[in-house]
Ligand binder design. Structure first.
Ligand code: GUN
Ligand code: FE
Length: 430
């Protein structure tokens, strides 16, 4: 048996809107799984190695449900454009460079180091359409010890020569080759089917990806209803679809229909403008929404109506959407989500109660963790992902509760230097 114990101020969310606090408690890990939180360490765990993190906070790891690895290099630039112009002028020209494996290795090494140092323990990642570069990204992610899904992007139309794949056949064939190449190669790094978004994918390509998903039972990631111009374009390209998400669903790339057999889950980024019918389909097919508030603001896409989705019972997690969002910090995503929801309430819909810190903490841990199985809580049987937070750099004259310290850590950007240690599935990775 392989286990250890850590001690400190433990906080985690068991249900939406509530944070449980355990000052100076013990947290036990055995074989990568959480065995529970204890005020007194039970005798059966007395022989396990113990690390006391003293007054520091221990929280579950954070999940980034949506991030573009090849865009990390230009994050924080070109923030004055909307989505379609930004793709043409920022994202596509940069992504075209990943045909060069040396460039990919250099850029992805920087990305992997940054993600390893961040508060993110699990991530769902877009690569580019290039097979070799995507395999390089997977090798590097494996070395970080984080658990990730990584996708080779599919895009056979509406992109510049050089980045656009030659044909639907070519795109699908490259995807199958990629899946065969990496089959059995990694422990922590998994493939995910990645049609970029509907404007990038011909019907022929979607039909082929449907077959690939069926053969390999893959999870799926893509973008949905992010920007008004984009949605208009989708309407023109796919007049037969009832709404944007229906384009994916027609090709079995949208979660699981009731009674469906896919074990691989689907995450859709953004959903800023999902109609009630689209939101209902998201719920029915058990698709998870990756709410990316930094990107919603930076690309002026709009504010996703997350309160409505929560009221409808949709699954929601958080994404950084680097580089549509400027930062990989999921703590920043949490606080932007609260801020954006307040503006939505003030300016758009006074019946949409702003999100609370407790709710966004749940989304960042348990909400997004669902994509990976039992992840995001410190409960028996959950995978042991934990962050040790050091907030000493924010001294305070008054008493603060642990709950206040956690909120402040998030709002003040404590993760930029305050991640003291990080565990993923019981392994210390930092
Ligand atoms: N839609 C299609 N591609 C992209 C992308 O790279 N970023 C964002 N935010 N939206 C997209
Ligand atoms: Fe994105």
């Amino acid at each position: 048996m392989n286990g250890f114990v850590i001690k400190g101020n433990i906080l985690y969310s068991a249900s939406m809107g509530k944070i449980n606090v355990f000052p100076r408690h013990f947290l036990v890990c055995e074989n990568g799984l959480c065995r529970g939180i204890f005020a007194e360490l039970p005798d059966k765990y007395k022989d396990l190695p113990l690390h006391d993190y003293k007054d520091q906070m221990i929280i579950p790891g954070l999940t980034d449900l949506h991030i573009h690895a090849p865009q990390f290099g230009f994050r924080g630039t070109g923030m004055d454009m909307e989505l379609l112009d930004w793709l043409d002028h920022q994202a596509f020209p940069e992504e075209a460079k990943y045909a060069d494996e040396d460039y990919a290795k250099k850029a992805y090494s920087i990305f992997a180091e940054a993600l390893k140092a961040s508060a993110t323990t699990r991530a769902v990642i877009f690569g580019t359409r290039h097979k070799a570069a995507t395999e390089c990204l997977m090798d590097l992610m494996e070395d970080t010890g984080l658990v990730t899904y990584v996708g080779k992007v599919n895009m056979d139309q509406n992109a510049p020569e050089g980045l656009r794949e030659q044909s639907a056949e070519d795109s699908a064939a490259q995807t199958v080759e990629w899946l065969e190449d990496i089959s059995g190669k990694y422990r922590y790094t998994r493939p995910i089917l990645t049609p970029r978004f509907i404007p990038s994918c011909s019907r022929e390509l979607l039909e082929k990806l449907k077959g690939v998903r069926k053969t390999y039972d893959l999870p799926v990631q893509s973008h949905l209803s992010e920007n008004p111009e984009e949605i208009e374009l989708v309407g023109k390209l796919f007049p037969e679809a009832s709404f944007y998400g229906d384009c994916y669903d027609r090709y079995d790339l949208f979660g699981n229909r009731p009674g469906g057999k896919f074990t691989g889950r689907t995450v859709m980024a953004h959903c800023v403008y999902s109609s009630d019918a689209e939101a209902e389909r998201i719920r029915r097919n058990d698709v998870i929404v990756a709410h990316c508030p930094a990107s919603n603001l930076d690309l002026a896409s709009g504010i996703a109506p997350i309160r409505k989705y929560l009221d409808m019972g949709l699954r929601v997690g958080l994404g950084s959407d680097v580089a549509g969002g400027q930062t990989e910090s999921i703590f920043r995503a949490m606080t932007y989500a609260v801020q954006a929801s307040k503006m939505y309430w003030r300016l758009v819909d006074q019946s949409a109660k702003p999100l609370t810190f407790e709710e966004v903490f749940y989304m960042a841990t348990v909400g997004g963790g669902w994509f990976f199985g039992n992840v995001g809580k410190f409960e028996e049987g959950y995978e042991f992902d934990a962050l040790i937070l050091n907030d000493e750099r924010f001294p305070h004259p008054q008493e603060l509760s642990l709950h206040q310290r956690l909120e402040r850590f998030a709002y003040l950007g404590g993760d930029m230097s305050g991640i003291e240690a990080k565990y993923v599935a019981g392994r210390k990775v930092k």
